[in-house]
Every structure is written in C-alpha cells, then in structure tokens.
Design a binder for this molecule. Structure first.
Ligand SMILES: [Zn+2]
Ligand SMILES: [Zn+2]
Length: 602
C-alpha cells in the first residue's frame, strides 16, 4: 500500500496521469487471449531505431504502439516477476539496429555520435542478450561509441560474433589492433539453472565504415573458436542476430544467412533446442526448422514486442505472439491496471526520455501536414504515398530553393527508397517527425550530363542492383522448414477463433502471415496491408527534354558510389569520382522535410 501511494505521488508530481510520453494517444484495443507460458520464455525486440518515445500520434494505427520505453521497462519488470513466481525462465533479447530513426538517436544538437544518449536509456532494460545491427556500423564514430560507452555496461551480453573494430592498441601506442566490437559469444546459466550458449550474428554487411570489419557467416562457422564454443552441448542455443528469418523480396534485406549457423550447430548437436531471434527486414515473421528449432523476429520501431515460449521438459511444443506495444497490452498480460502497473524505474525512464526530447526541441513544429502519407500501404505514384510526396514535391522544391543559381538547368533528383523510413500523419509536423521520415545526413552531389545519359541512370542502377541480388540469392542456402506457408488460409477465419466481436470493433493494424502454427497477433486487427519493395533507386519526375539537352543529376552521398559507377558506364571518358563531385546545395538530406514544411505547410 505504501509503495502504491508513493508511485501515485511520483506520477502526479511528474505530470503523468498514465505514463507514456506527453500527448501520446492511448490504444482502445485489447489482446484477444492470455499468453501461453512454457518452461523457457522469451520477450524480444529488434530494429527499434530510436523509437523509445513510442508512437505518439492519434492517427490509426499509431495508438497501437503508444507505449514508450519506460512503459516497456515496467512491463518487463512485471513479466520477469511473473516468471519467477511460475518457476520458469524469461529471457529478454534484442537483435540490433538501435541507431538511426528518430530525434532521440539523430537529433543531438552537439554532433555527438548517433544514439549516444538513447543507448543510455536502453541500458536500463535487463536485456540478457543483444546483437548488433548494420546501422551501428555505417559510421566509425557510432561503432566506437558503442564499444566504449554501451558494450561495457552489458558485461558480456552484447554479442558480435562476426564484427570487429580497429582501435589503437593500448599496449603499443601508435599501433592499431582489430578487436571484437562486443563479446563473440556468451555461455551462461539461467535463473532456473538452464545452460545456454548464445551468439550474436550480423549478415555479411558490406557498406560498413572503414575501421569496422564484418566477417561472412560462412567464415564465422569455420573459426576454431566457434567450433570450440559449440562443442559442449548446452540445454539450448540462443542465436540473436541481425538477419531476417526467411527469404524476402527486397534484395537489400534478403540476407538470410541463418541456415549456415543452424546447420553448423546441427552437425554437432542433432536435437539440442535452437532459438533464433532475427531482424533487419522490419517484419513480424516466424519459421520452424525442425522439431527442436524455431526462428522468429519482431518487426520494427517498437511497434512489436515479440513473445516466444517453449516446453523443453514436458511434452515439447511452443507458442509465439506479436504484442502491440501499448499499455492495454502491458496491463492485460501482467494483470495490472493504471494504478499498479508503473514501476518507479519505468516512470523515471519515461520522465528522462521526455526531458531529453524537450532539451533537444524535438516537438518544435515546422508546419502542419495537410494529409496522411504512407510508406508501406501504397506506393509511388499514389497520392497517399510518402515516396510521391518526397520525389514529386519535396526534392524538386527544396533543391530549387537551395541552389537558385542553377535554376536555368533542369534537374533530376535520384534517391534510394530505403532512406525514407516512415509515414507522415496529418497535423503538426515536428523536428522528431523529420527524423522519423528521413534521419540520414547526406550531402547532395551532382553531375551535369546530356539527357541521353541522365534518363538512363535510374534504370541502369536498379538493373545492376537486381543482378547483384540474384547472384546473392543463387548462393544462398535455404532455411529448412517444417511448416508449409499457410497464406492460403484466409486470416479472417483464423481470427474468428480468437475474436468473437463484430468486425467494426476492430482497429487497423498488422495481420501477420508467418510460417508458424496458429494465429500470431496478440491483438486482432483489420489488416493495414503493405507491400514488398523491389526497386530501390527512384527519381523526381523526368522533364521533357531532347537527348542533347543538359541536366543536373543530383544524388545523396550515401548512394554516390553506385551512381558514379553507372555514370562512368553510360558516359565513358568523364571519369567521375566521388571525392571530386561538386555539392549541389548546402542543404543536407535530413533537412529537406523541414525546409519543405516551413515553406509549404504554414
Ligand atoms: Zn532496421
Ligand atoms: Zn538492419
């Protein structure tokens, strides 16, 4: 009772009637049925990309994901307590991409490394295993910051089995050495006495910064230390890693090297349980490889907390669930309410996140978006696609504003689709929204070429990327699968077993179709839909020109090398090279939405 009074007092003095971030719209939906606990259980996150404030907008489906990281901490604390009461294990796992994606990771006004402050918030969660993502490795400063300020906190729980960093050798000043970014593996015993061997694996990422090194997964499993680490049979293998758990359409995320690790372990241990926690493709997904091995991943942007449970002792079996991250979900599964849910540490984390957002001015309004624009629900040239807004309106407008001295030459702005990260919702468009749509800071380079060359750049770049993707796919080992795709089963039939109410009561959200048994989503929704992306390089509307007319082909520094390669192929003799490219404007890519909103949305 005493504890409850102090919680309420603290909540009121912090001005939180019910935690989450100020202004967040709470969900009205509830989970359909309780979780099925096993003797070993996992909660997992991946690709959080800085969304520690949760999703605060009121437009659907944002309220589904309105809990912040403080709420999540309270939830995990209650769940760990429930596990102790039940005498079972509950492990918390993250599969990487903590960087790049919101004002908390990208909005630092001091130029400090990306995610430096948000990583401190993550250390308040009791993760048992974390793995690195590709976004931790685009900049050496980020990777070094991870090693110096994030890894030490975890005491061997942050696993990078195939990622190294070059640092100066403390033993021999002036010399460099290559060291693992985190720990290569972890062997530990759970609270209930289970022996676990864990690895953290990244796909063979090749766009990493100089000074970081990613070993291919083929090479990893041949290492003597790896063979030695898997030699002793544990009671279970826990593999966290930043690769999707099955094949994807998009060549950029179709980097599933899990079968290589799976077979390497299965050669030695035919029936030891293997639990794989994937990431990178930003989808909810699950597949069963054999009777003792399952691979699962939990989406993106703190929209999903995944749940996986298994009975290792009594009759086998597993269950999995994708939880929407809102307080209803958290209350329901911990049998708490607004009064009893929040822990002191959870409230403190909520308050500290809000204070940082305030300090960095993340709620500053740049303008008022007149409608919704979606990333995944529709595609260019649909008028509700964020790609349409970006390519047809934002880029041409902002580049013209940023380089008036070049207004006499037509322009073609080329951008990679993957840089656009999220929806824009009708209403205030803030500094934080700018980072959620386009967090990456790039210069705009340009080359002036005849239209005969300029008009072929996008198609040629996409063709090259597609060919490389095909080559990779041909080499890829296929994950074994016990279950056949169940996609032909209408989701609605399955839904009726878990939801008995009328359809109009359903809210918009994910309806997951994965390869594991039974209905996967924790809260039943009307399907928000979505699409697979295939092409990556896209452009502003091509002008009407003659082949000899000159045009400025403009592109961000992130894709400068592939575009330069294409230009040199299409326009031989020019010898373009990235370091000598001129800059088109002083405006950078992560400022274009601010400039546009200030100009057009006020
Ligand atoms: Zn990601
Ligand atoms: Zn990734």
């Amino acid at each position: 009772m005493k504890l409850r009074i102090s919680l309420v007092a603290l909540a009121s003095c912090l001005h939180f009637s019910s935690a989450s971030q100020p202004g967040a719209t709470q969900s009205t939906a509830w989970p359909a049925r309780p979780l099925a606990w096993g003797d070993v259980n996992f909660l997992f996150t991946t690709d959080t990309h800085g969304w520690l404030m949760g999703h605060t907008k009121s437009r659907p489906p944002e309220p589904n994901y309105s809990a912040d990281f403080g709420d999540f901490l309270s939830f995990v604390t209650h769940m760990k307590e429930l596990a102790r009461e039940k005498g079972v294990d509950l492990l918390l796992v993250d599969s990487g991409d903590l960087h790049d994606g919101t004002g908390l990771t990208d909005g630092s006004p001091t130029g400090q490394p990306n995610a430096h402050e948000s990583n401190k918030f993550i250390t308040r969660l009791p993760y048992d295993i974390l793995a690195t993502g590709n976004h931790e490795l685009y900049k050496y400063s980020s990777a070094l910051d991870t090693r110096e300020n994030f890894v030490p906190h975890w005491g061997g729980r942050y696993l990078t089995s195939n990622v190294n960093l070059t640092v100066s050798d403390p033993q021999h000043p002036g010399q460099d050495i290559s060291v693992p970014l985190g720990a290569p593996y972890r062997k530990f015993t759970t609270l209930q006495g289970r022996r676990v061997t864990a690895f953290g694996v990244l796909f063979h990422f090749t766009w990493n910064a100089p000074g970081t090194a990613v070993q291919s997964v083929e090479d990893l499993v041949e290492q003597a230390w790896f063979r030695e680490a898997i030699a002793d049979p544990p009671e279970l293998f826990l593999l966290a890693g930043h690769m999707p758990v099955h094949l994807e359409e998009d060549p950029d995320v179709n980097v599933n090297d899990w079968p290589i690790v799976y077979y390497a372990i299965r050669q030695v241990h035919p029936t030891t349980p293997i639990f794989i926690f994937g990431g990178h493709s930003h989808k909810r997904n699950c597949t069963v490889m054999d009777e003792h091995a399952i691979a699962i991943q939990g989406g993106r942007y703190m929209e999903t907390v995944g749940w996986l449970s298994a009975n290792l002792t009594q009759g086998g079996g597993y269950s999995r669930r994708y939880l929407d991250t809102n307080r209803n979900t958290y209350h329901y599964h911990t049998q708490t309410d607004d009064e009893s849910f929040d822990t002191l540490d959870g409230l403190k984390l909520t308050g500290d996140i809000a204070a940082l957002a305030e300090k960095w001015n993340l709620h500053e309004i740049f303008g008022y978006a007149p409608q919704d624009w979606y990333l995944d629900r529709v595609d260019h040239p649909d008028k509700h696609s964020v790609m349409t807004l970006f390519l047809d309106e934002v880029l041409p407008t902002v580049l013209r504003l940023g380089a008036p001295e070049r207004s006499h030459i037509p322009l073609l702005a080329i951008f990679n689709r993957g840089s656009i990260r999220y929806d824009i919702y009708r209403g205030p468009f803030t500094r934080n929204d700018q980072y959620t749509v386009l967090p990456f800071q790039n210069d705009f380079f340009y080359a002036t070429v005849p239209w005969a060359v300029g008009k072929r750049v996008v198609d040629t770049a996409n063709k090259k990327r597609e060919d490389e993707g095909q080559l990779r796919k041909a080499r890829q080992m296929v994950m074994p699968s016990l279950a056949q795709p169940r996609w032909e089963i209408p989701a609605v039939a399955d839904m009726q077993r878990v939801f008995s109410g009328p359809e109009e009561q359903l809210t918009l959200g994910y309806v997951t179709k994965d390869l594991c048994e039974g209905y996967a989503d924790d809260t039943i929704h009307l399907d928000i839909g979505g699409m697979d992306r295939e092409d990556d390089f896209m452009s502003s509307p091509p002008p009407e020109l003659e082949d000899d007319d000159l045009i400025d082909v403009i592109f961000p520094s992130f894709i400068a090398q592939p575009i330069v390669d294409v230009l040199n192929k299409l326009f031989p003799g020019q010898n373009y090279s990235v370091p000598t490219l001129p800059r088109y404007t002083a405006i950078q890519s992560n400022e274009v939405f601010e400039v546009y909103a200030r100009h057009k949305w006020n």
